[in-house]
Design a binder for this molecule. Sequence first.
Ligand code: HEC
Ligand code: HEC
Length: 328
Amino acid sequence: MKKLLKILGGILLFVVLLVIGGLVYFNSAFPKVPPAKELHVEATPERLARGEYLSKNVAGCVDCHSMRDWTLYGGPKIPGTDGKGGEKFDHDLAGIPGVVYPRNITPAGIGDWTDGELLRAITTGVTKNGTALFPIMPYMNFRKMSQEDLYSIIAYIRSLKPIENKVPDRSLDFPMNLIVKTIPKPMPESFPSIPDKSDSIAYGAYMTNAASCFDCHSTADKGVPIKGMEWAGGMKFCLNGVCVTSANITPDNETGIGLLTKEAFINKFRFYRDSTAQVIPVTDGKQTAMPWMFYAGMSDEDLGAIYTFLRTVPAVKHKVEKFSFGSF
Ligand code: HEC
Ligand code: HEC
């Protein structure tokens, strides 16, 4: 009996050591991303202007990394909070397995990062100290942007007003706390160039990717888009207890935006350019996660190209009830 216990004890110890060894290996091997490159991003006036446009109206850096007023329709940005981070993203908001907070990306937060470390974070999802970022931060999309656009974004966020703000640490549920480390991929050898505007489908695809439209507009299971349901909507977001489902934006005539003309599509965004449209109180439990206010600042040309690209995705019949009052 004693001998048996000894053997069992030995096996148990072996298993424990194996698990510990495995975890030590896993933690040192992942995320599998080489050190940041040495580079210098010069802040030219052109880059600052392009970077502001991309950060505020396309890629959503400044908006996601600011505080939002969810008592108003669309959750406009609270003035004076640009880049300070701290909004809570949790399970209610798109089913995140845990709690994550966009971090302080003003110079008070990332002032001591090198340009190379910023480029690495934005395109691979690995921070200065080697932590893997949860991919609600759309680094998998940003790595498909041009180097010049990425440099412009870096130049611009460096010019944000420094705001001291200690953002709470994230906490991811098991096993996502481990899986997250396997998501970052090394930086691409080279970044693509921006397609010529005359090729409006390719140019539209580029802008649609930079604006992360896909991330919210596909039916997903645990964050993974379901095959055949791309762009067909159905993702649920709950904000302060009010829920909304993303729309089908495939060219299906009945359940998508097939019957929407380019002009009507652009107008949906244009509506929010008017400052009075940015202060509509949330009433009757109607709220949206669609960042209309931010995208409204996109040029008609860019919105038009996004529309042109969206006409080319396969039409999917999928009826979505965007607002269903209090039934979730
Ligand atoms: C949809 C929301 C969202 C958008 C859009 C977004 N981010 Fe983030 N970002 C996050 C979240 C959330 C984190 C923290 C993730 C975590 O802790 O795992 C983060 C982390 C970061 C970090 C790491 C900072 C640190 O201290 O660790 C940087 C740098 C960053 N983002 C820059 C950007 C830039 C630049 C853009 C635009 C090109 C951008 N983000 C767009 C949500 C977003
Ligand atoms: C954070 C999630 C999110 C992102 C990112 C997002 N959307 Fe949406 N979108 C929604 C939700 C939720 C709705 C439904 C509620 C509404 O109409 O506001 C919606 C609605 C729409 C509608 C209205 C469709 C209709 O039938 O009325 C269009 C058009 C649209 N989105 C296009 C886009 C485009 C283009 C992009 C990228 C530039 C984008 N969305 C990015 C969440 C998102």
